[in-house]
Design a protein around this ligand. Structure first.
Ligand code: ZN
Length: 263
C-alpha cells in the first residue's frame, strides 16, 4: 500500500498514523488526513468476514443504545418536525429502532442492505415512493468505506440526515474503544471538521445537537427549538446514565477478557 493516500472526505493527503491488529489476526494500517483529521483504515478487504456476525457479541450496548436513542430522537423530532412526517432508519439492522420509534408515535420505516428486518416487518422503506422528511443513520457512518457515495445515495432520499458516531480526538489516539479492533467493522473515523466538509459537499449545514449530528439545508430549523432540543436530550442522557447503572460495560469487559469470540 502507498504511504500516502487521498482523504475520502476532503481529498487532501492522508499519512500513515499507526498499525493495529484487528479481528485478533490482521495487522492493519490506519491513516490520518493532514487537513481534516479524518482517520481511516487501509482498504478494508476483510468486511465480508467481519459481517458474518452482524451484531458482534461484544456489542453489549446494542439494546441500551437503541432505547436511549429512541427517547432522544422522539424529543428532537417532536420539537422540529410536524407529527405527520415520514422517516427512514437507514442501516436499521433488525428494525429495533424503527419499531421503537413507531411505538413512540413517529412514522418510521426501515431500510438495510445487509440485515433482515425482524422487528419492523410491514414497514420497509422499499414500499415508499416519495422522499421522506429525514433519514436516521445511527452507528453507521463509521462502517462506510466510501462515505461520500453512501451519503450521496441517502441525501437523494431526504434533505435531512440525523446520525450518530463518536468523534475522534485529535491527534488520533493509538488505542480507543471506538476503533472496535475486535470486530473489524469500524473503518472510518470523523472529526467535526471532516463532517462539516462532508455536509458542505452536499450543500448542507452541519449541526451537532447533543450526541446527534445533523446534515440539513441552511436555516431548516429554528435556533430556539434546536437549543431546547439540545438541553432536553443531554439532560435525558445524563438521567439515563445515572439512573441505570447496568452491567453493559462490565459485560463488554468480561466477554473481551474471556476471548470467547468464536462461540
Ligand atoms: Zn481530509
Amino acid at each position: 500500500m502507498n504511504d500516502i493516500v487521498k482523504c475520502k472526505i476532503c481529498e487532501n493527503s492522508c499519512l500513515p498514523s499507526f498499525k493495529a491488529k484487528i479481528m485478533n489476526k490482521l495487522d492493519i494500517q490506519y491513516f490520518c488526513c493532514q487537513s481534516c483529521g479524518m482517520v481511516r483504515t487501509e482498504t478494508p478487504f476483510w468486511l465480508s468476514e467481519a459481517y458474518r456476525e452482524p451484531i458482534h457479541m461484544l456489542d453489549t450496548g446494542h439494546l441500551k443504545r437503541n432505547i436511549l436513542t429512541s427517547l432522544q430522537l422522539k424529543i428532537f423530532l417532536s420539537l422540529n418536525f410536524p407529527p405527520d412526517h415520514k422517516f427512514v432508519d437507514y442501516g436499521g439492522g433488525t428494525g429495533i429502532l424503527a419499531r421503537l420509534m413507531r411505538d413512540l408515535g413517529c412514522n418510521f420505516f426501515w431500510a438495510d442492505k445487509y440485515a433482515k428486518n425482524i422487528f419492523a416487518r410491514g414497514f420497509s422503506a422499499d414500499e415508499l415512493k416519495e422522499k421522506v422528511d429525514a433519514v436516521t443513520l445511527f452507528e453507521c457512518i463509521e462502517h462506510f468505506d466510501e462515505p461520500v457515495s453512501e451519503i450521496e445515495n441517502i441525501i437523494s432520499q431526504s434533505n435531512v440526515i440525523i446520525f450518530s458516531t463518536e468523534l475522534i480526538p485529535s491527534p488520533p489516539p493509538r488505542d480507543w474503544w471506538y476503533y472496535s479492533f475486535e470486530t473489524g467493522q469500524h473503518v472510518s473515523f470523523y472529526t467535526s471538521k471532516s463532517l462539516k466538509i462532508l455536509a458542505e459537499r452536499f450543500e448542507r449545514q452541519y449541526l451537532k445537537i447533543g450526541n446527534f449530528h445533523v446534515f440539513a439545508p441552511a436555516n431548516r430549523f429554528s435556533q430556539t427549538r434546536l437549543g431546547i432540543s439540545k438541553i432536553l436530550m443531554i439532560g435525558l442522557s445524563k438521567l439515563f446514565q445515572r439512573c441505570i447503572k447496568g452491567l453493559t460495560w462490565d459485560d463488554f469487559l468480561l466477554l473481551k477478557k474471556n476471548k470467547t469470540l468464536d462461540s
